[in-house]
Write a protein that binds this ligand. Structure first.
Ligand SMILES: Cc1cc2nc3c(=O)[nH]c(=O)nc-3n(C[C@H](O)[C@H](O)[C@H](O)COP(=O)(O)OP(=O)(O)OC[C@H]3O[C@@H](n4cnc5c(N)ncnc54)[C@H](O)[C@@H]3O)c2cc1C
Length: 469
């Protein structure tokens, strides 16, 4: 392999290619806790660098593992034996056009950085995973990520107009698919095929994203409930009152008890958390806020916090509490096992919002059977739940139990008319779940079609092999 690595160093420049095992190890782990075994990390700085990597890998049949910030929770960013392509140096924002409602960016741009640049123009990119401070545009595109504003703004598939991609063939071919404009009929929709393809079809080197104005006002309320039924009744009532919900978020009482630690002003809260925000204009904001507070109170919310805008909600710590779900899930596992070396199995199911009561109650009874530390939170606005159990890796029986739990939860989602993954993707952890779902839909042929599409983009199966299908 030394000859091949030297060749790549000559092609790209030595400062872009690292085979030092300690550097490679740093890039071989993702946030799910899964670890891989890449042997090389490269840091392209341009599309032509990426094209050169694709040509080199194709000629040598060397697997390529694209990577943003490795915050994936599905195993999609775990490298196997091959070259890790980190996009962290491709982080330019080429253009923000308010008139065209687009941002033209490289894949290594972090979502929070893009939003900071957009905010100065009164605009935003509304797909905001809780990991937005580090998560990259390329990673979010390839995961098909969503976030807290999913109820109103959907997921990445709704916000990508055009992509520049590189495919692994003898030329490292560069292509532009989709249009800079929202309206676009360019044959079959290759942009939507790439979104959510988890780095298995192409390397994304540039993206034209849609942007949208920041809401003039966004009255926000947070309340705490003793029982989930009351909380969901409040959510349902806000929907029936036809408020355009920007956020509708939930944390269970265990997650709340941990997430609130260190957030000033929340010391005395307890119970299940409901956070709701509505997009509005200045004139209507006060009336909507009063109405939301009344709805929460009528359904038994105990302590209610309010903010006039998401900016104020951020300052007051309301969004911090919600974003702490994943760290709270890890901490809960640590407390239960009395060790710091734990792993969290975090689920990502989605059910129709009308089935949330059934889902939350059934999740509880399923989990009780396993005796594992459990927490639940999620984006109830779009029916996306993130139940999690914590495990210790050195106990085989516990790991097996967690795997069984994971499958049972996916089956529950399918039974309730939902899906096994809303936003984290399939990766390594949900391949069986995807098969289960397609079987249930009597559509197993769809998996054969997906495999054929994979072969069309990547005939040698060298792009993130083993993931997704
Ligand atoms: C604390 C925490 C909170 C999270 N909250 C959310 C949430 O609210 N919503 C949500 O959807 N997700 C969430 N996630 C999951 C994850 O952060 C997101 O999916 C995120 O968008 C991944 O971005 P990344 O840059 O880390 O991508 P990575 O993890 O590096 O990669 C993800 C996938 O994209 C591929 N990829 C990356 N860049 C490219 C490229 N340029 N070309 C081709 N393929 C590429 C990788 O191969 C991999 O398959 C969370 C994760 C954590 C740890």
């Amino acid at each position: 392999m030394t000859g091949e690595i030297e060749e790549l160093k000559r092609l790209l420049g030595r400062d872009k290619v690292y085979d030092d095992p300690s550097v490679v190890a740093l890039y071989s782990r993702e946030a799910s806790g899964l670890e891989g075994n890449g042997f090389l990390v490269v840091f392209p700085e341009s599309t032509s660098d990426v094209s050169a990597i694709a040509r080199w890998a194709y000629k040598r049949r060397i697997p390529i593992y694209p990577q943003g910030s490795a915050t994936s929770l599905s195993g999609s960013a775990v490298p196997g034996k091959g070259v890790i392509v980190s996009f962290e140096r491709m982080n330019r924002i080429y253009e923000i056009s308010v008139v065209d409602s687009i941002a033209d960016v490289e894949p290594g741009v972090r979502i929070a950085d893009l939003n900071e640049a957009l905010m100065t123009k009164g605009y935003m990119f509304p797909v905001d995973p809780a990991s937005h401070v580090v998560a990259t545009i390329g990673g979010a595109i390839n995961t098909g990520a969503g976030g807290m504003k999913g109820a109103r703004y959907g997921t990445m598939r709704d916000w990508v107009n055009q992509l520049e991609i590189v495919v692994p063939d003898e030329k490292g071919t560069v292509m532009r698919v989709g249009c800079r404009t929202v309206k676009c009929r360019q044959g079959l929709d290759l942009v939507r095929l790439i979104v959510g393809s988890e780095g298995t079809l192409a390397l994304v080197t540039r993206a034209v994203l849609r942007i949208t104005p920041l809401p003039e006002s966004s009255p926000t309320v947070m309340g705490f409930f003793d029982n989930v039924e009351d909380l969901l009744a409040a959510f349902t009532e806000l929907k029936t009152r036809r408020y355009p919900l920007l956020l509708a978020e939930f944390l269970d009482e265990t997650a709340v008890s941990i997430a609130k630690k260190g957030v000033a002003g929340f010391e005395s809260v307890r119970g299940h958390m409901f956070l709701a925000s509505v997009e509005s204009n200045h004139e209507a904001a006060e009336r909507i806020m009063d109405d939301m507070v009344a709805v929460l109170k009528n359904h038994g919310a105990s302590i209610i916090y309010t903010a006039q805008s998401l900016g104020e909600a951020e300052e007051k710590g309301l969004l911090t509490i919600r974003r702490r779900l994943f760290p709270a899930q890890i901490e809960n596992a640590r407390r239960f096992w009395g060790k710091s070396n734990v792993r969290v199995f975090i689920e990502d199911i989605v059910v129709p919002p009308s089935k949330l009561v059934n889902a939350i109650n059934e999740l509880k009874s399923i989990t009780e059977k396993y005796g594992l530390p459990y927490t639940l939170g999620g984006h109830i606005g779009d029916g996306n739940l993130h139940p999690a159990v914590g495990i210790v890796l050195d106990d085989k029986k516990v790991v097996e139990k967690a795997h069984e739990w994971y499958v049972e939860v996916m089956k529950l989602a399918i039974r309730l008319g939902g899906s096994i993954s809303a936003e984290h993707g399939i990766g390594l952890l949900k391949k069986d779940g995807l098969r289960l779902e397609m079987e249930k839909l009597d559509s197993i042929k769809a998996l054969d079609i997906m495999k054929a599409i994979k072969r069309a983009f990547d005939p040698l199966n060298i792009l993130n092999p083993g993931k997704l299908v």
